[in-house]
Design a protein around this ligand. Structure first.
Ligand SMILES: [Zn+2]
Ligand SMILES: [Zn+2]
Length: 277
């Protein structure tokens, strides 16, 4: 777990006596929270400052003795220690609810960034496991909205909690083919010929060369696309300078939409020799 201690994120000291309320009884489980306000993702260098801002809001705005959450998880998967494992949180809505479950915040908003990142789900899962293993939390898992009138933690996080907070699949797991499978596939598909204009005089490309060539062609296409966008924007800006009534942003959007539509209608056919030569 990528734990960031209070000292590491520059937390203010909690206020006495309430901030010092120890609670080390067993808990039913963990409740998840979201920000409930607009949130824009940011580089990780800005995350500690954001957590300090939440703490300031809870202490100076709400008048609480500390940041309300037990832990907070940024989009990069770091777990910020709030009240931690040994103190009662103040985020779940009442003293009973605060004693009952830990409160783990995911830094996602009600608008802007509303869906947790894969890294963040791993971080939240780490925090849940930490509460269970080190903090006497039971297996119950839910959201702030359970037994309390609020939309928190948002539909995406809530659905994930109710699904048991599964770790996101890694790319390897999505790719069920082994190296041997891939070798077999190439062999049995008989893909050894490529269109003559791709490779004059060479009808027997190894799969690796074929993939490298496709990669190069893709990068050329991507560069063309970027150049096209730059040209469209430059033209729109020039028009805007000539005629102030031109809505430059709308013009760029219209032309880009037309280009996208044209690109999406392209049908690519791969001409591959169907019998090995
Ligand atoms: Zn909440
Ligand atoms: Zn971060």
């Amino acid at each position: 777990m990528k734990l960031v201690t209070r000292a590491q994120w520059g937390a203010r000291d909690y206020r006495m006596p309430n901030g010092a309320t120890l609670y080390s009884g067993s808990r039913r489980g963990v409740k998840l929270h979201y920000l409930g306000t607009p949130y824009a993702d940011r580089p990780h260098t800005g995350c500690a400052a954001y957590v300090r801002q939440i703490q300031a809001q809870h202490m100076d705005g709400n008048g609480w003795s500390d940041i309300g959450y037990s832990f907070a998880v940024c989009t990069h998967g770091y777990v910020y220690e709030g009240r931690g494992l040994r103190r009662r949180n103040s985020a779940n809505g009442s003293t009973t609810l605060n004693n009952q479950d830990y409160a783990v915040l995911l830094l996602v908003g009600s608008s802007g960034l509303t869906k947790p990142t894969d890294e963040q789900l791993h971080g939240a899962r780490d925090a849940i496991d930490y509460c269970r293993k080190e903090g006497r939390a039971g297996t119950w898992l839910g959201g702030h909205r359970d037994s309390y009138a609020t939309s928190c933690p948002g539909d995406a996080v809530y659905a994930w909690a109710k699904a048991g907070a599964p770790r996101p699949k890694t790319e390897e797991e999505d790719m069920p083919l082994t190296k041997t499978d891939v070798a077999m596939l190439w062999k049995t598909d008989g893909v050894i010929g490529v269109p003559a204009d791709w490779s004059p005089g060479n009808e027997h490309w190894a799969p690796a060369s074929l993939l490298i060539d496709m990669g190069k062609r893709l990068r050329v296409l991507q560069a063309n696309d970027a150049a096209q966008t730059a040209a469209i924007t430059a033209m729109a800006n020039a028009l805007g300078r000539i005629d102030a009534a031109v809505d430059v942003d709308a013009l760029v959007a219209t032309v880009r939409a037309a280009v996208t539509e044209a690109v999406e209608s392209i049908d690519v056919r791969l001409d591959v020799a169907d019998t090995p030569k």
